[in-house]
Design a protein around this ligand. Sequence first.
Ligand SMILES: [Co+2]
Length: 442
Amino acid sequence: MAAQTPTTELGKLNVEDSGSKPKPDASAASNGNLNHDSDESEDEAEEAAPAAATGAAKKKKKKKPKKKKKNPTQQSDPPRVLISQLFPDKKYPTGEEVEYVNENRYRTTNEEKRHLDNLKSEWLNDYRHAAEVHRQTRQWAQKNIKPGQTLMEIANGIEDSVRALVGHQGLEEGDAQIAGMGFPTGLSINHCAAHYTPNSGNKMVLQQDDVMKIDFGVHVNGNIIDSAFTMAFNPRYDPLLEAVKAATNAGIKEAGIDARVGEIGGVIQEVMESYEVEIDGTTYPVKPIRNLNGHSILPYNIHGTKSVPIVKSNDSTKMEEGDVFAIETFGSTGEGKVREEGEVSHYAKRSDAPKVDLRLSSAKSLLNVITRNFGTLPWCRRYLDRLGQDKYLLGLNNLVANGIVESYPPLVDKKGSYTAQFEHTILIRPTVKEVISRGNDY
Ligand SMILES: [Co+2]
């Protein structure tokens, strides 16, 4: 999930368009169902086979072979098998471990630092668990998302997978805070860079020439994986996607203990600006979106206190041992600057919410629902719908106006421009840097 630069000189921006929310194309059929074949037959074939090999004594007993339901050993399509079942020892795969360099090189083998690592093994395992859910969900999504599908079915496909893989549907109070969505599935298209997800009734359909940023969070015990990628079906966008992927990886490489965030921004900018992309005969420089940032992550709190700019800055804040960061970069063929526009879908209760005596009873009761179900984790309107809430907009807007709930409107660059994003979560461990959400996809 993108962090906005705290400066609010957004008003000065004179990008002259309104109502630029991408419109659904009436001509495209919307029911491109997510197609998947089931591979359930495998287990049965295996169970039927070994009878002949067993001795006579066993044969007698085996008059009425009871069909034993074996635990699945591989993921289904769509993903519905608990990750904890696929890793019966409950040890989840390690992300990409990168050794520190220079004055931090000693850390990799240092006894004291290894001890510090071991003290947090449970936290680390929860984080790796969440990362594996993210990888398996997104790799299924990458295979199955096609033009013609509605954003609604794409978002539901991802969220149904995440909830099934952690085994928490989040329909009872408190359940969504054990494990599940770390924040809503952003499906931001073309000049929209971030924070778009369909609200109920949205009929938008993914188009062949769209560039879609897919940014979703998975958490286990409040440890949030924030990781995003970009999908396009027209190869003309490849250089744009390459630029942003390379810039994100450059930022990840620069990150480490005592690294200054402003300098990381400079490296990201340099890599991103070394690319250009030709679209319809016009060549565009790839610009970093300068008012979007990476950010630190805290338990149950997607935007921690530190920012990681994606352009050079004199912010000398340092990364420290124990920090968790979302390194995300955005590239654009437009202004390289976003502003808020369109209907809000993403919200979160502020961790520093003031104690306000709410006069509006609908706001009071909605706040209870939010607190009990999501705490300070971000959510979207669809999540209220699935809890059976309705007619909540007045109360919701009242909570936003009172500074209790923060709204995250869609963030857009100039109409007609294209934006891309790649993002990973990294752990600044005592011994190594772990790119925990790394996969063989990105
Ligand atoms: Co983020």
